[in-house]
Design a protein around this ligand. Structure first.
Ligand code: NDP
Length: 328
């Protein structure tokens, strides 16, 4: 038996309950991993509340790092004793150990410790696909302006640093002055406190009226409409989250009127649906982290038993960078 967090129904943080669950042997294509640290992500909130529904009872959590204990038939890229980390579907990483599909689990390079591994896989692979795989055709070029909302968060701080490494002019938004300063210290070229300033007007000012090539928007409801007004002609609205609520319905003709805009709504799990794609993306992430170009900021740590408080703080916008759940 291992300790694991489960929900029996969708709802508030109080639904997150620590229970004892059996952990069996891995079947074909599976591994059993003993976690050393667990990553917290905003998607865990969507799973808990039911914005992204789960069948009950449900495990929660999609990111962790640890040691492989056993491998099932057909698994060749991992062996017992390997250090490993993952971003995974289905949820269930808030646990001391679990059996899970091996496909999304990668060996963790020796240079990366367990806490860093747990804090960076889901967030870092997301930053990777957003900056390098989302824009069709020509991609992003050094000097391009992009707008990145919630830039002092988990995905955000990684994206700021990676964008700087790619030579992009990233305009950050964040919900306080201190968060803006954090984004600037991590590679953002400009930062806007979107709780106080009209960010669309500031973006036009910063770009000399040209607008940005891409808006990366994980905030959703509150930022959607003004974000469209930040784009240059043929610019891309890359929606990838709903921290403030789902994006409202919109008329496609509005995209034409605002400059023949593109809209995409992507999810990491489409990008990592094969073992080869997952490993190729993870290799790039490991490289930028091991080289020091991207530092993973673990700004909050909570014991697994305090997971309810961790969710409260994440939803209340009290966190910056990455948050991990620790195991004793
Ligand atoms: P963050 O650490 O970025 O936390 C979310 C942040 O969103 C908050 O800190 C807050 O920053 C901002 N925010 C704005 N409005 C609200 C609101 N009403 N309530 C709560 N927060 C708000 O989380 P993650 O790094 O885990 O994830 C960032 C986003 O990316 C999430 O929306 C997540 O769902 C999405 N995501 C999407 C993926 C995909 O593939 N589609 C994969 C991974 C993440 P501030 O105070 O600065 O506004």
């Amino acid at each position: 038996m291992v300790r694991a967090v489960q929900i029996r129904q969708h709802g508030g943080p109080e639904e997150l309950q620590l229970v004892d669950v059996p952990v069996g042997e891995p079947g074909p294509g599976e591994v059993r991993i003993r976690h050393r640290a667990i990553g917290l992500n905003f998607i865990d909130v969507y799973h808990r509340t039911g914005l992204y529904p789960l069948s009950m009872p449900a495990g929660i959590g999609m990111e962790a790092a640890g040691v492989i204990e056993a491998v099932g038939e057909g698994v060749t890229h991992l062996q017992p004793g390997d250090r490993a980390a993952y971003a995974s579907n289905p949820p269930g990483s808030y646990a001391e150990a679990r059996v899970m599909p091996a496909m999304c689990v990668c060996r963790l390079p020796d240079a990366i410790d367990f806490e860093t591994g747990a804090a960076m896989m889901l967030k870092g692979l997301t930053a990777q696909y957003l900056l390098k795989k989302t824009l069709p055709v020509e991609g992003l070029q050094p000097g391009d302006h992009v707008l990145f909302h919630a830039a002092a968060g988990g995905v955000g701080l990684i994206a700021c640093q990676w964008a700087r490494a790619l030579g992009l002019e990233l305009i950050a938004t964040a919900g306080s002055q201190a968060k803006c300063e954090l984004a600037l210290a991590n590679g953002a070229a400009h930062a806007i406190n979107y709780r106080e300033e009209d960010f669309a007007a500031r973006v036009q000012e910063i770009t000399g009226g040209r607008g940005v090539k891409v808006v990366y928007d994980s905030v959703g409801k509150d930022t959607w409409e003004p974000s469209l007004r930040c784009l240059r002609p043929f610019g891309l609205m890359a929606s990838f989250g709903n921290a403030s609520g789902p994006v409202p319905p919109f008329a496609p003709a509005q995209l034409g009127a605002l400059g023949s805009l593109y809209v995409t709504r992507q999810t990491l799990f489409t990008h990592i649906r094969t073992r080869e794609a997952t490993q190729a993306m993870a290799d790039q992430l490991f490289e930028v982290v091991a080289s020091g170009q991207v530092k993973i900021h673990i700004a909050q740590r909570y014991p697994l038993a305090e997971v309810q408080q961790a969710h409260r703080d994440l939803e209340a916008r009290k966190t910056t960078g990455s948050t991990i759940l620790t195991l004793d």
